[in-house]
Design a protein around this ligand. Structure first.
Ligand SMILES: *Cc1c(COP(=O)(O)O)cnc(C)c1O
Length: 345
């Protein structure tokens, strides 16, 4: 089979990293205890505790929708509500799963520039209705890196935390692209999680280069109570758990996760620099992680699609989303940018 072309549609178009794959290959042999009692899973969880420099509770699930929904369901009762940005994946791309798995918890939307919640908005929504006829706010969910490719800084998360703390709300982080956020900010993982008040993080594995799987990391260990039952009931408890966890061992060893994320961010920076100056390209958001969002003239979009390029035109606030992956090469970026230029001239 010829090597298929690399696209700019999504980081879940990319395959698996050599590091993740090698660990899974190693885990393939022999017998191991089932349902997460195996040594790979124990090792991966320990490596995550080392990475976050704290004694967190770790669970591995198949995908991000389940990770987010089950983590949020753990924070809430059915009569509660979850506050998130209006572009949040939990609102726009999970088919109502957070509401479903929490038996009806309502998701309430907040506006905010560059895909980020304005902390004052949290207080506004919580204080607007405090009577028992309205679903009581119980959690705030933020996405880092955000759906529009920006990253919340430690300071920004802390100012959200100031509100969640005073209003008695849990703080959840959708980290489908957590690795890209850390690489972009140049911070340590703890600085944008538990040190900034995050109770539970859904740490994305798939988009950083695992074949499948996400880690749910509870810094607030009380919230992790009986979480394994929730996973099992939702069909998210892998019996051969080692195949979800071994890839994490490969990625966490020697910092491969961060190296790959820094690379995909760098590719997006290269693409940004190449296409933003082109007349007719209107950049929509600051490029901070591994994606570039821009408006292009419709005929240019059609020409690019006709040339076989794939990218999304329906994500976020409209415009085109060009997403780079761990395996995006400089040649891919340059070829695509040249086609963008040619499509407009
Ligand atoms: C991709 C993604 C997820 C996870 O989606 P699944 O398809 O369910 O794995 C969650 N949040 C964000 C922001 C994403 O981009």
């Amino acid at each position: 089979m010829p090597a298929p072309r690399r696209h700019f549609a999504s980081d879940n178009y990319a395959g698996a990293t050599p590091e993740a794959w090698a660990a899974i290959e190693e885990a393939r042999h022999g017998h191991a205890r089932a349902y997460g009692e195996d040594e790979w899973t124990a090792r991966a969880a320990d490596m995550l505790r080392d990475l976050f420099e704290t004694d967190c509770e770790v669970f591995f699930v198949f995908n991000g929708t389940a990770a987010n929904s089950l983590a949020l369901a753990t924070c809430c009762q059915s009569y509660h509500s979850i506050l998130c940005h209006e572009l949040a994946h939990v609102e726009t791309d999970e088919c109502g799963a957070p509401e479903f798995f929490s038996n009806g918890t309502k998701v309430l939307l907040l506006p905010g520039a560059n895909g980020k919640i304005d902390p004052a908005g949290i207080e506004r929504v919580v204080k607007k209705r405090t009577d028992l006829h309205f679903p009581k706010p119980r959690a705030v969910s933020i996405t880092n890196a955000t759906e529009v490719g920006t990253a919340y800084t430690p300071g920004e998360i802390k100012s959200i935390w100031a509100r969640t703390k005073s209003l008695d709300l849990h703080l959840h982080m959708d980290g489908a692209r957590f690795a890209n956020a850390v690489a972009s900010l140049g911070c340590t993982p703890k600085e944008i999680t538990w040190q900034a008040g995050v109770d539970v993080l859904c740490f994305g594995g798939t988009k950083q280069g695992l074949p499948v799987g996400e880690a749910v990391v509870f810094f607030n260990r009380d919230l992790a109570r009986e979480f394994e039952y929730r996973c099992k009931q939702a069909g998210q408890l892998a019996s051969k758990m080692r195949f979800l966890s071994a890839g994490w061992v490969g990625m966490l060893k020697d910092g491969a996760w961060l190296r790959h994320a820094a690379h995909s961010n760098a590719m997006a920076a290269r693409l940004d620099a190449a296409i933003s100056p082109i007349p007719g390209v209107k950049k929509l958001f600051p490029r901070e992680a591994n994606s570039v969002f821009a408006e292009l003239p419709l005929p240019a979009i059609e020409k690019l699609l006709a040339k076989g390029w794939r990218f999304y035109t329906f994500i976020g606030a409209g415009g085109c989303r060009f997403m780079c992956s761990w395996d995006t090469q400089a040649e891919d970026v340059d070829a695509f940018a040249a086609d963008v230029r040619a499509s407009i001239e």
